[in-house]
Design a protein around this ligand. Sequence first.
Ligand code: UGA
Length: 481
Amino acid sequence: MNDIPVPQKKSLDDATITVLGLGHIGLPTALGLAELGRRVIGADDDASKVRLIRAGQPHFYEPGLTDLLSKHLKSGRFQPLEDVAAAVRGGSIIFICVGTPQKTSGQADLAQVEAVARLVARNLNEYKLIVEKSTVPAITAQWLKRTIVRYNPGRSPLAAGESTPGAPSPAPLDFDVASNPEFLREGKALEDFFHPDRIVCGVESERAREILTNLYSPLQRPIVLTNTSTAELIKHAANAFLSTKISFINMVSDLCEKVGADVSAVARGIGLDSRIGPQFLGAGIGYGGYCFPKDLRAFIHLAEEHGVDFSLLQEVERINQRRVDVFVRKVRQAVWTLQGKTLGILGLAFKSGTDDIREAVSLKIVQALRNEGSILRLYDPQAMPSAQRELPAAPGRLTYCSSAYEAARGAQALLLLTEWEEFRQLDLARVRNLMEVPVLVDGRNLFDPDAVRQAGFEYVCMGREEAGPDGLRAHPGKATA
Ligand code: UGA
């Protein structure tokens, strides 16, 4: 086992940083810190991922990541390692970026976080600051601390603070635990790392406060200093609030359709109120991804565990789950029957800028349409390989296409499910000529209704005025504004 030499330094301002877990959060964080001039060791117990990273090929798509990786493999400031224990010994600041998936109960599964704590306990060769970055429920930091003490081999068998008369006291364990939740969006992870709205640091010692504030000072962004439980809660509350905004605007969108209002204008009209803010008011098929659905459930679970009635969040979740049905109903209204209809699908990733399909609403819609017997032609600029693993091609029923135009070929409707810029730039006249019936159902309100109509489409969207090319409403049987 090769140990990384630990430089003996009084100050931790240039201490080596270890990042454990090289996924969507860990790798951008590690490279961001390297870019800030720090020496960073990155480790993951999935050796195949580490090998890819060492070869300069991240195992997932994130804009700018490959270039930054190549830069810091060359600069020597980023060192990927398979040996997680050696990585722990080699760093003085340890960022925990491992997964916190959800259990069937909705509770966060903290097994990987605990495994890291035990590893740190066995490899505590010098002072270390252990920093939680993974999203974890409040009081996880307290458990981390307890676990590190409990599993440290040099620890007295008695509880910390007790001693056996006459026996030499064990050396006090020299470490701190802090919470520094991440707010990185997939597809914008590096942008968010370098230009965060705020940096939250939950600390319990002056030393930890100093290390983290010095670490982030080059970013010159506001730092919110709290205790660890508050920092943990800030992260869950942020994701829960953003999900609430999305479900709220989706209900407004449904109402807009009934009364002939336009949800985009409503979003602008309320979003310009600085107390509300314009972001996360995009109506559509609902939120997906690895974070919002899981974090919302974990937050609901935390509230229940502590006897707090946070049923508001249960409703947020229910509204989101209904978006698949709302959208499929729209498609049905647009094309009449779904059985045997050829539908082009634009977008599989849970949002643009990523190849991630975890909890993607688009895939749930694809499954629902498949169950209805539709013939599907799918395209996504980045997420095809991951989608193919999850949902293999089926000859004559489900085809992965080489471009958006191929997905449109022979289709009786085209469904927009992910808001890729590439789709906004499509040559709509060309798309129209490829389709058997020019119906466009826009689940993200990506297109300008006038432009689409002028190109000769029947256009169906979310919470906005819909019309056919002749100015008539796209689907018969709906109230006119
Ligand atoms: C989210 C948060 O935005 C990050 O701050 C956080 O760090 C991250 O989770 C995490 O916890 O790790 P992310 O899941 O990458 O980031 O994606 P978002 O941009 O937040 O979008 C989430 C979902 O909401 C997507 O499916 C997106 O399409 C949807 N969405 C977003 C809408 O439906 N409407 C909107 O107006 C905005």
